[in-house]
Design a protein around this ligand. Structure first.
Ligand code: ADP
Length: 246
């Protein structure tokens, strides 16, 4: 771990990467990047780079994993060994199993799984480069990949974290802030504002949490606008003018 800088927030209120407390990192989204997947998304958020492939609904295997009344949703979060400064150990870890579980649960309220009994919907996440906030980045990318796959959903899921750095509540922590900050609080929500993921690492007072939630709502609104713009660009077909009668 790098040494803690003297200050993570300068006297004029700026963070070391130049952001204000309520700013998210720049986000770039590409849709439909994997030809073998039913839906896919590549997302960059600050220095995070994640790739998501969605497969299904398809017959669930093994058969005993099928459910007669609904599709099973499976979410697999994986970090490439080259995605972090010191090589990440390949294969599942306690952390990746936990992230996969909470991320799947973040989507269960919106995916209309009951329309596809006996099938599986697989969401595969590969983190190619990590800089704190990979679970939130992956959820934002998964939302797009699910929409790209045409999976019926009640709405998109957006995700962002807030945290505490140098005693201040800030939005979307980068790696340096995550390493040396006092708390990290990832959240995911539906576009109606229903919370589908909520985790906390560190200690925060109720007032700090209230303040953080105001920031997260603002962050998720901005992310939703980016997601919607990407989907609109891909799926909005220009309306053809009817030919004039002669
Ligand atoms: P998130 O990426 O969702 O913020 P964590 O808070 O667990 O999840 O991790 C914060 C950051 O720590 C990651 O984004 C990554 O940069 C780094 N990190 C996580 N796991 C490892 C690991 N096994 N080896 C090195 N760095 C890691």
């Amino acid at each position: 771990m790098s040494d803690k800088p003297e200050k993570l927030i300068t006297d004029d209120g700026l963070r070391l990467d130049g952001r204000h407390a309520d700013e998210i990192r720049p986000m770039k989204i590409e849709i439909g990047v994997l030809s073998r997947a039913d839906g896919s998304c590549y997302l960059e958020w600050g220095r995070n780079k994640v790739l998501v492939g969605v497969f299904g609904p398809r017959e669930a295997h093994p058969r005993r994993s099928q459910r007669a009344d609904t599709a099973v949703i499976r979410y697999k979060y994986n970090m490439a060994s080259f995605s972090v400064e010191d090589r990440a150990r390949p294969g599942p870890s306690r952390r990746s199993i936990e992230i996969s579980k909470v991320s799947r649960e973040a989507f269960e309220p919106v995916i209309m799984a009951e329309l596809f009994p006996k099938t599986a919907i697989d969401i595969f996440v590969e983190v190619l480069q990590a800089d704190a906030g990979t679970r939130t980045a992956a959820i934002n990318a998964s939302s797009i990949a699910l929409a790209d796959a045409g999976i019926p959903m009640k709405g998109l899921v957006t995700s962002c974290a807030f945290g505490k750095v140098d005693g201040q509540i800030v939005l979307d922590l980068n790696k340096e802030e995550d390493n040396h900050g006092e708390a990290d609080f990832p959240v995911a929500m539906t576009q109606d504002g229903e919370i589908t993921l909520l985790q906390m690492d560190g200690n925060l007072t109720p007032d700090e949490i209230r303040k953080g939630f105001e920031l997260v709502k603002k962050g998720c609104k901005e992310i939703l606008e980016i997601q919607q713009a990407v989907l609109r660009k891909k799926f909005e077909t220009p309306v053809e003018e009817p030919e004039a009668e002669v």
